[in-house]
Design a binder for this molecule. Structure first.
Ligand SMILES: Cc1ncc(COP(=O)(O)O)c(C=O)c1O
Length: 367
């Protein structure tokens, strides 16, 4: 991986044969400081969005002390990279062995769940050898909320339904030192209304279960700018979240958390690819659906693209991409706007934030 200040300079001077990731540490620092200074609570970095150790260090330097980790691989990575970081293991379905390792080896105290089975698993896995239950757990119950305002739905897989919440919250209260509620409105939430509606579900859940709640975690979903997706300023999101949080019937010292991924790392890295062939309006490039451009292929995400050539003179035209494998599925529909005279051998820079986890070893568990 090269570190270079100018994408154009890199492409024209080095003419790399392989795709190259370009890093912009100052942009990640700026994004992290924005959250640590302006979000009216605690910002946990969602490590899955980009688990690069360099980026983790940058987050720490910018004042991010808490990290949302979703696998034991991420627990190990963050604990090794940032020994003083507070880790929150927030995947609602965890292996019992992973919970035990996180708790006993890495001191992880914060877990999420959306079923009684997962609660039982956490309680079992964190018991002392003499059978004494752990008394220092922060347990966050995940609610199912709508993804209607988001570009990438997270509504189907996780989250307790309203009719399950009363029993689950009451049982979780018994097992926890601090009880929390969490949700995810879906990634790239295009309207702050998404959080207002989800906070209403939180309010109903608290009233229905009559429990004392210590943490409300509004998850990720904070949007970045992409072509055709221009969201309102993040300050609008923060204001609505704060207003709804303040009106909740929760403990006087309750904490507000969020778990941004994309919003913290979107501008950290970009990808430089080479056009290997042009067929009409289709460009064959050297990364794709099985690499860093997963989202462009699988959810038709239109990443911003720029041609890194100064001799292209024609106006922008619409292109689609094929990746480097032999599969038809390795296709990115776009449309991606590039100069009409782009050709084989030319370089393109794109910003595939949140896809980097697909190509790092830490998105998988260590053997
Ligand atoms: C539970 C949870 N929190 C936070 C995130 C980060 O979301 P985003 O990148 O939309 O901010 C994700 C992403 O999938 C998630 O599943």
């Amino acid at each position: 991986m090269y570190k270079h200040h100018s994408a154009l300079g890199l492409a024209t001077a080095l003419r790399p044969v392989q795709p190259v990731t370009l890093l912009r540490p100052h942009a990640a620092l700026r994004a992290a400081r924005f959250f640590t200074e302006k979000f009216p609570g605690k910002s946990l970095y969602a490590v899955k969005a980009n688990p690069s150790p360099d980026l983790l260090q940058l987050m720490w330097n910018a004042g991010v002390t808490h990290y949302y980790v979703a696998s034991i691989g991420e627990v190990r990575l963050v604990a090794e990279t940032l020994p003083e970081a507070v880790l929150c293991f927030m995947h609602p379905v965890k292996a019992e062995e992973a919970i035990a390792e996180a708790y006993f080896t890495y001191g992880v105290k914060t877990f999420s769940l959306d079923t009684i089975e997962e609660l039982d698993k956490i309680v079992r896995a964190t018991r002392a050898a003499d059978g004494t239950p752990a008394s220092d757990l922060n347990l966050l119950v995940r609610l199912r909320v709508s993804s209607a305002h988001s570009k990438l739905s997270l509504a189907a897989k996780f989250g307790a339904e309203p009719n399950e919440l009363k029993a689950l919250l009451q049982a979780t209260r018994q097992a926890s030192d601090a009880l929390g509620l969490c949700f995810h409105v879906g990634s790239q939430a295009m309207s702050p209304t998404a959080y207002a509606e989800a906070m209403e579900r939180v309010r109903e859940a608290i009233i229905g279960a009559a429990v004392t709640v210590d943490i409300v975690d509004v998850g990720g979903g904070f949007p970045s700018w992409y072509p055709g997706m221009e969201p309102p300023p993040l300050e609008d999101y923060f204001a609505i979240i704060h207003r709804h949080f303040e009106a909740l019937p929760i403990a006087y010292n309750a904490e507000l958390w969020c778990e941004p991924g994309r919003a913290l790392c979107a501008e950290y890295s970009s990808l430089i690819v080479r056009v290997e062939k042009r067929r009409g309006e289709e460009l064959y490039i050297n990364d794709g659906a099985y690499g860093a451009l997963f989202d462009a292929a699988h959810i038709d995400w239109r990443f911003p693209v720029t041609a890194l050539e100064d001799d292209l003179t024609q106006p922008l035209a619409e292109f689609s991409f094929y990746g480097p494998t032999c599969d038809d599925a390795d296709y990115m529909k776009g449309p991606f706007m590039l100069p009409a005279d782009i050709q084989a051998g030319d370089y393109i820079e794109s910003c595939p934030a949140s896809s980097s986890a697909h190509r790092t070893r830490m998105s998988r568990a260590r053997p």
